[in-house]
Write a protein that binds this ligand. Sequence first.
Ligand code: SAH
Length: 350
Amino acid sequence: MTMTNTPKIDILSLSLEELEDEIIRLGEPKFRAKQIYSWITKGCFGSEMRNIPVALQNKLNEVFEFRLPKVNKKLSSQLDGTIKYLFELIDGECIESVFMKYEHGNTLCISSQVGCRMGCKFCASTLAGRVRNLEPSEMLGQIIAATKDTGERISNVVMMGIGEPLDNYDNTIKFLRLVSSENGLNIGLRHISLSTCGLVDKIDRLSKEHLPVTLSVSLHAYDNQVRSGIMPVNNKFPIELLLGACNRYFEETGRRISFEYTLIAGKNDTVEGAIALAKLLKKYIKGSCHVNLIPLNEVKETRLETSKNVNNFKNKLISLGINATVRRKLGSDINASCGQLRRQSKEETQ
Ligand code: SAH
């Protein structure tokens, strides 16, 4: 049998059960799948798989491709141990991940697409549009590669890097099942946050998947006029529809929604804005919610500026009974807000 025209199978995108089927199809004993699975989820393939006979290693090399991202660039903070990775994928495209140390464990912020097509006006990742979706293996691979590089266990994952995870829905769902599998990395879904700009139809689908991840919704505005001005997705899914989907997500999963609110000078950061936001959330959100305030990371192409009113905004929300915190800034000495490292590297190679 010749393999030359058969595309290779992306092994890290397979569940253990799917890998077992492939291994049996190759005429190998089923128990090999578990051994191989244990290697690949540690970031090892080929001759690194020491208890796999060389003949089988070679066969695996012919049939499968191993899409583990490679470290292309790495910036380490001297202040708090944060590490920013520029990872290179199998086709040479690059994405970013950020490793952060928190008291509750190590967290990795991962990307879900190469670029993004959502068009948020303040975001560096969307400036050049979307190149392609990441495979489940490439999302998982960021965690495996960062674990291998740091030698530390990653216990929490946030899908807040480059891309819109719900715009890559099927691969994101497969990734969530793989990453939480007890045969694999075994990271509990309650330790995973998925951030979305607000694709209402996909939030509704997600709420039925029985995957109890924390949903973070990028709200960034207190009314439709402001939100449509900075987030084109709001023209399709205005705030009332979005908050309705958030309620349904809460009802289905019991998971409290977290809202992200990036404060941009002169756009959404006045005290009147905080009052309007509190009113909006009280009117539409059933149960409690949390607002995560993010001072804007300035991206030179957007000409938007960070707000000087962060604490006033936060205090106003709290005084009105809304649970709000300001996101702690990690790795400020290696600051390149998300998406900027990839842009810089593209500019350098062009
Ligand atoms: N596409 C998803 C996840 C990626 S961005 C989403 O929209 O939620 C993760 C968070 O960072 C989002 O809340 C996003 O709006 C915010 N963000 C993007 N660019 C930013 C910037 N320059 N400064 C501060 N926050 C930013």
